[in-house]
Ligand binder design. Structure first.
Ligand code: SF4
Length: 160
């Protein structure tokens, strides 16, 4: 519940032409006001809940995308913004392009467009909030269950 009301996002430009990045920034400005959902764009993956990626991946950027994703705590959600991040887009057949972001990390929401419009980006991030909330509930359940199992195990050990 709290996570949904104050999620933090981290934005990374994998190999974008900058078109989608400008739209991501525009969606954070007072005109489109993504912050009304309590969302803050921040630079530290360790504090981020939603990973917003623009552009396709190449051999250099794929390592960075993976690294950012691995540093984010669970539960986390990935949003691929623009057709390049979705499938490689117009660069898909370039010699150094591996494809969309899902070649490297699992993607939860795909935002179409070239460039993706701020309205679509906001829509995609709101969808990501639903997924984040659902995942957060599942995580809580798993944590409670694992704590219960741990207590049980401790009790068995004490009785031995
Ligand atoms: S989808 Fe279009 S605007 Fe966005 S990064 Fe690719 S080429 Fe640029």
């Amino acid at each position: 519940m709290f996570l949904r009301k104050s999620p933090w996002i981290i934005h990374y430009d994998a190999t974008s032409c900058n078109g989608c990045d400008i739209e991501v920034v525009a969606s954070l400005t007072p005109l489109y006001d993504l912050e009304r959902f309590g969302i803050i764009n921040m630079g530290n993956p360790k504090h981020a809940d939603i990973f917003v990626v623009t552009g396709s991946v190449n051999p250099s950027s794929s390592a960075v995308v993976r690294n950012i994703y691995d540093q984010m705590p669970n539960p986390k959600v990935v949003v691929a913004v623009g057709i390049c991040a979705t499938s490689g887009g117009i660069f898909r057949e370039c010699y150094n392009v591996l494809g969309g972001i899902d070649k490297v990390i699992p993607v939860d929401v795909y935002v179409p467009g070239c460039a993706a419009r701020p309205e679509s980006i906001i829509d995609g991030i709101v969808k990501a909030l639903d997924i984040l909330e659902q995942r957060s509930r599942e995580f809580k359940k798993l944590r409670v269950e694992s704590q219960r199992q741990e207590k049980k195990l401790r009790r068995y050990r004490l009785n031995d």
